[in-house]
Design a protein around this ligand. Structure first.
Ligand SMILES: Nc1ncnc2c1ncn2[C@@H]1O[C@H](COP(=O)(O)OP(=O)(O)OP(=O)(O)O)[C@@H](O)[C@H]1O
Ligand SMILES: [Mg+2]
Length: 102
C-alpha cells in the first residue's frame, strides 16, 4: 500500500473561514494525502494565512468539517490544541529567518 492510498492527513469538507464576522473562504473542500507536497497560492488578502491558521487551530472553524492528523477541528478542545500542534511544523512568513552577517 503506498502513502497516497491511506486516509488523507488533512481533509476539509464544506468549511467556512471567517475573520471577525467577515467571510474569507466558503465551501472549502480538499484532501491532502500522507506524504503529498502541495502549494497554496493566491493574491494578497485571499485567505491563505486564514486557512492555515484554521488548520493549526488559531482561528476557529465556523462551519463545516476539517480534520488534521486525526484531530477534528469542528470539535477540538482548548486542551487538545497543543497535541495537534505537536503534529505540525510551521514556519511563519514574518519570522526572522535570516541573520545579517557583516
Ligand atoms: N486578524 C484579522 N482580523 C480581521 N481581519 C483579518 C485578520 N487577518 C486577516 N484578515 C482579513 O482576512 C482576509 C484574508 O487575509 P489573509 O491574511 O488570510 O490573506 P493571505 O492570503 O494570507 O494574504 P497575504 O498573501 O498578504 O499573506 C483579508 O481580507 C484580511 O484583511
Ligand atoms: Mg498570509
Amino acid at each position: 500500500m503506498d502513502a497516497f492510498s491511506s486516509e488523507p492527513i488533512v481533509k476539509a469538507r464544506n468549511a467556512y473561514i471567517l475573520q471577525d464576522q467577515n467571510p474569507v473562504l466558503s465551501k472549502v473542500n480538499f484532501d491532502i494525502g500522507k506524504g503529498e507536497f502541495v502549494y497554496l497560492i493566491g493574491r494578497t488578502g485571499s485567505g491563505k494565512s486564514s486557512l492555515l491558521k484554521t488548520l493549526y487551530a488559531d482561528l476557529p472553524l465556523r462551519a463545516g468539517e476539517i480534520s488534521v492528523a486525526g484531530y477534528h477541528l469542528e470539535e477540538i478542545t482548548h486542551k487538545e490544541v497543543p497535541y495537534l500542534r505537536r503534529k505540525l511544523g510551521i514556519i511563519f512568513q514574518d519570522f526572522q529567518l535570516f541573520l545579517t552577517v557583516r
